[in-house]
Design a protein around this ligand. Structure first.
Ligand SMILES: C[S@@+](CC[C@H](N)C(=O)[O-])C[C@H]1O[C@@H](n2cnc3c(N)ncnc32)[C@H](O)[C@@H]1O
Length: 293
């Protein structure tokens, strides 16, 4: 994709696109520590609203329709609000239609997973919500089983309902913080490809995830993330805002640091800040595997 095709946005104009910039610049701290309880409270509410929307749609409910609702895409159209988003690619900021930006995000993830999935029998998303990304992946990755795992009861129930006619997809209750919660991985058909998308971001440190995943290393062929990167460096105004944003919301900032420190992990690919549907919390794409015991 050529970024030049889109209208550029200057970092100085970011405040008119992102409502969080003002509070961050003023040093306001609307969020405390990102504990499991605080994070789950937010998500249960969000997924309860998605479930209510699913009921309203009846037979017309699809993962795509629920995603549109979740991202407020239909509301923007009806309410005449600013429809486009400010999206980042590295440090470039451009104006994009939300549906287009969402499609591009899914394309980047699918493209990374497709290659690695060739040798796998099961694809697992940890922190999958109701399985929107699984629905997109299942369009282009054939011959595998998909498992969506999430802490939210509402999301799991919604996922099971949306995929009730698709026997390739199943859901599990799962908590990143609990070792026992990972046990379902041993029951799946290996090799496994495990991926996450803005779910480890909910853990201020990635250590519980890395510690609890390790016992299943023999069946895991690849791990892929679209998660916040390491925002310790960078001198620009945007880099500074990103650092303050991630600290304000207490999102994860050590996944890549922890991975790079491990001797039993080989990082196959890393693309920093590859896309930012929220330009202050962009996604870094990483792909790794276990190397030796
Ligand atoms: C930003 S959403 C991402 C959903 C999905 N991966 C996507 O990209 O569309 C974060 C997800 O992580 C889940 N989550 C948060 N804390 C969790 C935990 N401790 N264990 C498992 N899932 C968790 C939330 O319920 C939510 O579904």
């Amino acid at each position: 994709m050529a970024v030049q095709e889109f209208q550029r946005i200057s970092a100085d104009d970011l405040e008119s696109w992102c409502p969080w910039v003002g509070p961050i610049v003023r040093g306001e701290r609307p969020y405390g520590s990102r504990t499991y309880r605080a994070s789950q409270g937010e998500y249960e509410k969000n997924y309860a609203a998605c479930s209510a929307h699913c009921e309203r749609l009846g037979d017309a409910a699809t993962p795509e329709a629920i995603r549109r609702f979740q991202l407020g895409m239909d509301r923007a159209r009806e309410g005449g609000r600013k429809q486009n988003l400010c999206v980042s690619f590295g440090e470039e900021l451009v104006e994009m239609e939300p549906g287009e930006a969402n499609k591009l995000y899914c394309w980047i993830l699918t493209d990374a997973i497709k290659d690695a999935a060739d040798t796998c029998n099961t694809i697992v998303e940890l922190g999958a919500g109701y399985g929107y990304l699984i629905s997109r992946l299942a369009e282009s990755v054939q011959g595998v089983q998909f498992v969506g795992a999430d802490a939210s009861e509402n999301a799991i129930a919604l996922g099971r309902h949306l995929f009730r006619n698709d026997n390739r997809v199943s859901f599990k209750r799962f908590n990143f913080y609990e070792a026992s919660s990972y046990a379902f991985l041993a029951e799946l058909d290996p090799p496994l490809l495990v991926y996450t998308s803005h779910a480890i971001e909910q853990l201020p440190t990635a250590r519980p995830f890395l510690e609890h995943l390790e016992p299943y290393r023999a069946s895991i062929a690849a791990v892929i993330h679209m998660e916040p990167g390491d925002h310790r460096t960078g001198e620009s105004k945007l880099a500074d805002l990103r650092r303050r944003y991630i600290e304000t919301w207490d999102y994860n900032r050590d996944l890549l640091v922890e991975l790079e420190a491990r001797r039993d992990v080989s990082i196959i690919r890393r693309e920093d800040d590859v896309i930012g549907l929220n330009p202050l919390n962009p996604s870094t794409l990483s792909h790794w595997r276990y190397t030796r015991p």
